[in-house]
Design a protein around this ligand. Structure first.
Ligand code: ADP
Length: 223
């Protein structure tokens, strides 16, 4: 978005600006308009939803929460909703193939987006790899992954509070335990995947919402 320079277009949104002669040769000077795609990462109750809302407001990015989309399918009783409702109620992850197809469809619905905040996706290494491949096919990529760091004691406390306000069936103690297990057995492996790509930033997820948000913005503003 803010990157200028002489470069080969890597994005479908690149626009040729002008031609400049240099040493008798013509070079294309290109202005590239990169999408900003962030993954907001963290265990259940880390505050991904709250912070995503604030980030989309400030940066005008499109928020895609796979959990929210699944819940909408369930309440609308769509075939997909019927397919996944038992798994979700039980705190298990939905199979990759279903989740990836749904995510891609959601991205396709927003062709003009400046970028996306992915919240709750990817949750497995297979999803992360599929997302990379999908974005690459659009001449785009993940800009950065921001992991909200919150310890388990705080998570349990927050979800107990949330349970009083909402009636998410998967916030019940045993289902929550399952979700935390899914996080530590499957989702946590997504972190080294992005660390190897030098895209991972960690932000302390405990404290005042606005302080956490300010730290997130510091990361986003680097891009
Ligand atoms: P959380 O509060 O645990 O972050 P979410 O709202 O993101 O919850 O997700 C709720 C449930 O939806 C998950 O426990 C899981 O069953 C399903 N789900 C959401 N995103 C994914 C995903 N990327 N892969 C598989 N299952 C998912």
């Amino acid at each position: 978005m803010r990157r200028f320079g002489v470069r080969i277009p890597t994005s479908a949104q690149s626009t040729e600006k002008s031609l400049a002669a240099c040493g008798g040769k013509a070079f294309k000077i290109l202005k590239t308009t990169q999408m900003l795609n962030f993954v907001l990462f963290g265990p259940p109750g880390a505050g991904k939803g709250t912070q995503s809302e604030k980030l989309i407001d400030r940066y005008q990015l499109k928020h895609i929460s796979t959990g929210d989309i699944f819940r909408a399918h369930i309440s609308n009783q769509t075939p997909l909703g019927q397919q996944v409702s038992a798994l979700i109620a039980d705190g298990q992850l939905v199979p990759d193939a279903i989740t990836i197809a749904m995510l891609e469809e959601e991205v396709e619905k927003n062709p003009g987006a400046k970028g996306f905040i992915f919240d709750g996706f990817p949750r497995t290494v297979a999803q992360a790899a599929a997302l990379d491949e999908f974005l690459e096919s659009k001449g785009s990529s993940i800009t950065a992954v921001i992991a909200l760091d919150v310890d388990q004691e705080e998570l349990t406390k927050r979800i107990a509070e949330r349970q009083k306000l909402t009636n998410r069936v998967d916030d019940q103690a045993d289902k929550l335990q399952k979700r935390i297990e899914e996080y530590f057995s499957k989702t946590i492996h997504v972190l080294p995947y992005y660390e190897a790509q030098h895209k991972l930033s960690k932000v302390n997820g405990i404290g005042k919402i606005d302080d956490i948000f300010a730290e997130l913005c510091e990361v986003v503003d680097q891009y």
